[in-house]
Design a protein around this ligand. Structure first.
Ligand SMILES: *Cc1c(COP(=O)(O)O)cnc(C)c1O
Length: 225
């Protein structure tokens, strides 16, 4: 099936409350444009050195595309990341959040972030300490990062066929969000970014508000390029 058909069938299976992020990593600009023509508006990429030239090219051709960064971000890539993206879903340490604030203030841009949480045994990225995240949220509440709007939480479930393990990972994230909302009612922590091609139906059952889907839209990635 083609990209438009894939998007159509996925969209038909998503509740209106769930936003589809089309993960276009390893796929060229032409494929992204094909998805834009089929109505897709938001894309996810995990490497800045790939995403920046790709989305600069797409936008230079007059196409509008919103971009979310979903992969672990090095400090020296933050300047480019905040230039090309509207949301960084992979905020996983205080130092990175400080750099995002610094780079956004330079260009007077406001950006959204999600706190990436480590919830599954196999994934290595994300905050492991909820207390650490709550301490950072206290700083947000006190106005420490005026150019950053924290919107919620992101996680990657373990890569396993064991649906209950996957579900448990999503439940942990939902629990963190509920707790954060109790403690920080002044912040608008509404988003739960969870679910990929293989597990998004489970994620939706557990309250996902954003699914990040690559393979089921663009087909298997060609890592040889
Ligand atoms: C690649 C990637 C996805 C998409 O994975 P698929 O299995 O291709 O849908 C989602 N989230 C993150 C963080 C990724 O790196």
């Amino acid at each position: 099936m083609g990209i438009a058909e894939n998007l159509n069938s996925i969209n038909n299976s998503l509740p209106d409350s769930v936003k589809l992020i089309a993960v276009s990593k390893f796929n060229p600009a032409e494929k992204v444009i094909e998805a834009i023509k089929a109505g897709q508006t938001v894309f996810g990429e995990n490497r800045i050195q790939e995403a920046a030239p790709k989305f600069d090219l797409i936008r230079s051709q007059g196409y509008e595309a919103e971009l979310h960064i979903i992969g672990s971000l090095q400090r020296n890539k933050v300047k480019e990341a905040v230039r090309i993206a509207t949301m960084i879903q992979s905020a996983d340490r205080l130092e990175l959040i400080e750099e995002i604030e610094k780079q956004c203030s330079k260009i007077n841009k406001k950006i959204q972030i999600l706190f990436e949480m480590h919830t599954g045994e196999e994934s290595k990225s994300g905050f492991t300490s909820i207390e650490e995240v709550f301490n950072i949220l206290k700083m947000f509440e006190a106005g420490a990062f005026p150019h950053i709007e924290p919107k919620g939480f992101m996680t990657m479930a373990p890569f396993t066929d064991d649906v209950e393990l996957v579900r448990n990972s999503f439940r942990q994230l939902k629990h963190i969000k509920n707790k954060a909302n109790q403690l920080f009612p002044s912040l608008s922590l509404t988003e739960l970014s969870m679910g990929m091609s293989g597990d998004y139906k489970t994620a939706i059952e557990e309250g996902s508000t954003m699914v990040r889907i690559g393979t089921a839209i663009f087909g298997a990635r060609d890592y040889s390029k």
